[in-house]
Design a protein around this ligand. Structure first.
Ligand SMILES: [Mg+2]
Length: 464
């Protein structure tokens, strides 16, 4: 660093504090209102109000009102702790802007059908300094998807986007579930491919993870139209042989304390059957049936997106659809009883608060910026009005700093329709979103484009 490099507060030795997602939920149980608005300026999105909202989804219920106390903080491997050694001073990069940042949804914004959206690679280059002003802009990723370890997903994303993505800048749908590992003993984990979600759950610290495969192996009559493949049968565990303690001699001795839907189900019919069996059990005991249907364990979904953007030209059904089916069929099969399930992920404001902490830690660990204050503006780029835009707008209402929603046309949202939750800006691609954010920031400071800024100018403009 040159002697003239401006010093930022807090850029020397810092202690990265870990924060509890669960405690954030305690604080953030406020209900999401109907936060549909346009920015009152001359940059209104080009959306015709005369067109229908399309078939995105039915109304989503407000954020679940549920009590979650502190789960004891993050584990040592928590992705909310940036990968950089927290005790190592990070030298501030004079090209990194301090007062704005980006956060990105992934599916339908950067990736579609396992392949990068072409403009996404270019957008990352712009953020990493390949822009006319010579600035670098911090960014994080916030996806509702999951089904892999965070580090694996970051590895995939790094390859797809041709950049290095760290778990310290990445949150996926089930990331917050790690904070429940110490709260529950035996849990049922649903979703994902093969044994992957069991491995992820055990990696989070869950001590006794049961899967639908284990239950079907123990009782082949569980799902009449589903037979485990030879590989599934081999990988599924023997529920009685492996139990600790001699008191467990039959399935009804096993108590499921909570159900976690980590990732999208690969077999909706049998997973639905098993979730409902446990939800209607006596206190979570396998193979039992409650007389009152109100003593099942809590059920957590990692998000509630009804639709998501995959390779098909039309959006595909997501975990939120399964959640709706579970609740509806529970009512249908219990004489009208209501089942309240819980969901993490966007649009929950707590998820965005979690993202704020991650961003501050990431900016400090990676770029040497001060950790105590968030950037004045975070541009959130998403493709799903019901989760990305709704959540960003709700966060903006609540937060001290500005959360600015940008909707792209490369995913769930269909161009020409009116989104149910209105973005501050509607653009074609993620590259347009990045250009817009940079242009808006420079416009605020009266900077004309076309040249690289000197360090003195960046300091004077309040960019660094
Ligand atoms: Mg998306």
């Amino acid at each position: 660093m040159s002697p003239t490099t401006p010093q930022r507060p807090g850029m020397h030795s810092r202690n990265i504090s870990s924060s509890s997602f669960a405690s954030a939920f305690d604080v953030a149980r406020s209900k999401l209102g109907e936060l549909a608005f346009y920015e009152e300026d001359d940059d209104l999105p080009d959306i015709s109000s005369s067109e229908s909202a399309g078939s995105l989804s039915r109304d989503q219920s407000p954020s679940p009102s549920f009590e979650i106390s502190d789960g004891g903080g993050s584990s040592p491997a928590s992705p909310i702790s940036p990968a950089t050694d927290p005790t190592t001073p990070v030298v501030a990069d004079p090209d990194v802007v301090d007062n704005f940042a980006f956060a990105f949804d992934i599916d339908g914004v950067l990736i579609r059908g396992g392949k990068p959206i072409p403009e996404a690679i270019e957008a990352m280059k712009v953020l990493n300094g390949e822009n006319e002003y010579g600035i670098k802009i911090p960014y994080i990723f916030l996806t509702n998807g999951g089904g892999k370890f965070e580090v694996e997903r970051c590895h995939d994303l790094s390859r797809q986007l041709e950049i290095d993505v760290s778990p310290g800048q990445f949150i996926c749908g089930h990331t917050p579930m790690r904070e429940f590992a110490s709260r529950y003993g035996t849990v049922l984990v649903i979703g994902g491919e093969g044994e992957k979600c069991r491995e992820v759950a055990e990696g989070y610290g869950f001590r006794d993870v049961i899967t639908p495969g284990d239950i079907m192996k123990a009782n082949e009559a569980t799902a009449p139209f589903r037979q485990l493949t030879a590989a599934e049968h081999k990988n599924s565990r023997d529920l009685l042989a492996g139990r600790r303690g001699s008191k467990v001699t039959k399935l009804s001795d096993i108590v499921i304390e909570a159900i976690f839907v980590f990732a999208d189900s690969r077999d909706w019919a049998s997973d639905l059957q098993i979730i409902l069996d446990v939800a209607q059990s006596k206190g979570g005991r396998l193979e039992t049936r409650s007389e009152t249907f109100d003593e099942g364990p809590p059920i957590y979904f990692s998000h509630s997106d009804v639709l998501w953007s995959a390779a098909h030209e039309h959006a595909r059904l997501g975990m939120g659809a399964l959640r709706n089916i579970v609740e509806t069929v529970f009512t249908d099969t219990t004489g009208g009883k209501k089942l309240n399930t819980h969901a993490f992920g966007k649009p929950q404001v707590a998820t965005f608060e979690f993202a704020t902490r991650l961003l501050q830690q990431w900016r400090a660990a990676q770029h040497g910026l001060t950790e105590s204050e968030p950037p004045a503006t975070v541009y959130f780029v998403g493709d799903t009005p019901e989760s990305d835009i709704r959540g960003t707008n709700a966060m903006n209402e609540k937060s001290k700093n500005e959360w600015y929603s940008i909707l792209v046309k490369t995913g769930v949202y269909q161009a020409g329709t009116e989104p149910k939750y209105k973005p501050r800006r509607l653009v074609d691609t993620v590259l347009d979103a990045v250009h817009w954010g940079v242009k808006r920031e420079m416009g605020r400071r009266g900077v004309k484009g076309g040249r690289k800024l000197s360090l003195d100018e960046k300091v004077q403009l309040g960019l660094v």
